[in-house]
Design a protein around this ligand. Structure first.
Ligand SMILES: Cc1cc2nc3c(=O)[nH]c(=O)nc-3n(C[C@H](O)[C@H](O)[C@H](O)COP(=O)(O)OP(=O)(O)OC[C@H]3O[C@@H](n4cnc5c(N)ncnc54)[C@H](O)[C@@H]3O)c2cc1C
Length: 494
């Protein structure tokens, strides 16, 4: 009889675990609390438009890479996938000037030097290191802790450019990188996209993913990709139970024997994989004694281990911000709790015709949010929460129109949502949608996908490896199955 693997959470991590479990010959059952699977890799419809809530870039779209093979295995993309025809990563505006990070690195270099000749040496260095960082990848064949010397040597060879990148940008944050530029515009350019406390190499690697063609956006967006993965899981014989929240893990004598659903039903299993946010696992599913000490400390120290979330608004317009993708610009300050924001970004979803009716364009604004912002939102009553969202949406509308006057009278709010939305919908810790932010000089948390003292239990999901995100969620599901295979003494390459 086939062994039965029960997976909690139908996000990308859980779906990946499910598909790899089936591939390895197990029965796979996924329990998801929401009406649909996908977790944070999601999109929804409003007023005839589609709001894509995830993929800004999908790492692993380059054919021939190990990560691409894993995406293909779970049915997310294949040789025929069509991608958005975007030309740039994003642009930053300041004092009437605009700087752009193009996919074409030579063009970026040329234009940035034209904008600030005094920064030529720093620009040249940055561009050289982005080129080197194009070799960076997420290990997709097997988890780091299962690798032998030979595997490490191969990985080192394939990521040949990375040691230089880490040496130059691994020990400074983005604020320090910005300080290297004379031009205030270029300083904004390197701090606009990711939080300023992020390690500088995160920015270099993100941009390199775009320039190398390994970070495209599949047409149809996040929801369409999730639906392809769900179809693959079901076609292979997997069982997905939606609207089925899990309450905790059934543990007997230090061994996971199954799960208990919120409705009290007990589901027995030969192995249990948790693919929910790590905080849901530690805070709700397991007794506190199972929380590893370094994780418990991290949850108490948001200064060293911050999360990143967003207050987001989506609009539809009949006009086009032609040729633009994402643009950051200065604005009159707006406040959330004690924090003030004086820069906004508008992302133009014009690249995907399926997101809006003919002649219309969806625009989104994402205001970065922190642990402190989350606690502010949490402190509000229902009425205050609704009123604050409406107030912010109106202020954001006013500021967009100030920068793009052509949108005056032609901008309709579709929806707005906050870090609390991610907490409610996915159980995301403080509404965070990546793992803890990677800061220089702060020890990275490690997770080998197991819990000490708990047999037959495995962890998947983006939290197993910094910085999280879709590629980590993807490989985490595969890793969980490889760990089960290893325990059974079977070959782990699947
Ligand atoms: C706005 C935004 C933009 C993003 N952009 C990108 C991007 O461009 N590139 C990128 O790589 N990543 C991006 N990400 C991050 C990416 O979406 C996540 O890293 C990834 O989807 C996480 O997958 P996961 O499976 O680990 O977790 P989740 O997606 O959180 O899945 C966990 C699942 O568990 C379910 N669950 C929780 N509690 C229970 C319970 N008690 N019982 C049953 N089920 C439960 C949840 O409902 C959820 O479906 C973005 C995220 C957001 C929100």
């Amino acid at each position: 009889m086939k062994k039965k693997i029960v997976i909690i959470g139908g996000g990308i991590g859980g779906l990946s675990a499910g598909i790899y479990a089936l591939k390895a010959g197990f029965d796979a059952l996924i329990y998801e609390k929401n009406p649909v699977a996908g977790g944070e890799c999601m999109g929804w419809n409003r007023n005839g438009c589609h709001i894509d809530n995830c993929i800004h870039w999908l790492t692993g779209t380059k054919q021939g890479t190990s990560l691409w093979e894993v995406w293909k295995t779970i049915g997310a993309i294949d040789e025929n996938t069509a991608y958005a025809d975007t030309k740039k990563f994003y642009s930053s505006r300041l004092d009437g000037k605009e700087a752009t990070l193009w996919k074409d690195l030579d063009r970026t270099k040329r234009e940035l030097i034209e904008l600030s000749p005094a920064d030529e040496a720093e620009i040249t260095k940055l561009i050289e290191h982005v080129k080197l960082a194009e070799t960076c990848t997420v290990p997709a064949d097997k988890p780091l802790d299962m690798m032998n010397l030979f595997d490490y040597m191969n990985m080192g060879k394939s990521m040949a450019g990375m040691p230089k990148v880490m040496k130059e940008y691994g020990n400074i944050d983005l604020r320090a990188l910005a300080a290297r530029f004379c031009s205030p515009l270029l300083a904004k350019l390197v701090t606009d996209y990711l939080p300023a406390e992020y390690t500088a190499y995160s920015f270099i690697v993100s941009y390199a993913t775009i320039t190398s063609g390994n970070g495209e956006i599949p047409l149809g967006g996040s929801l369409a990709m999730t639906n392809r993965i769900v179809k693959c899981f079901k076609d292979m014989g997997g069982k997905l139970f939606t609207n089925t929240a899990v309450k905790n893990i059934l543990i007997e004598s230090g061994t996971a024997k199954g799960i208990v659903l919120e409705n009290g039903e007990v589901i027995k299993a030969d192995a249990v994989i948790s693919a929910v946010d790590m905080n849901v696992l530690f805070d709700r599913f397991l007794d506190k004694t199972f929380t590893p000490k370094d994780w418990a400390k991290a949850y108490q120290n948001s200064s060293d281990y911050p999360i990143i979330s967003g207050f987001q608004t989506a609009f539809v317009t009949n006009a086009k911000l032609s040729g633009r993708d994402t643009v950051f610009f200065d604005c009159k300050p707006l406040t959330i709790g004690n924090r003030s924001f004086n820069r906004l970004s508008v992302k133009n979803y014009d690249y995907d015709p399926s997101f809006a009716p003919e002649g219309k364009t969806v625009l989104q604004v994402n205001l970065p949010q922190t642990d402190e912002d989350f606690l502010y939102w949490k402190s509000l009553s229902n009425e205050e929460y609704t009123a604050k969202k409406q107030e912010l949406a109106a202020q954001i509308t006013e500021r967009i129109i100030k920068t793009f006057p052509e949108l005056d009278g032609n901008l309709t709010l579709l929806d707005c949502w906050s870090p609390l939305t991610y907490e409610r919908y996915c159980g995301a810790y403080h509404g965070g949608y990546m793992a803890f932010t990677t800061k220089p000089s702060v020890k990275k948390l490690k997770c080998n996908g197991r819990i000490k003292g708990l047999k037959n239990f495995y962890i998947a999901g983006q939290w197993i490896m910094s910085p999280g995100g879709l590629p980590v969620a993807l490989v985490s599901g595969k890793y969980a199955i490889q760990r089960i295979l290893k325990k059974e003494g079977r070959p782990v390459i699947i």
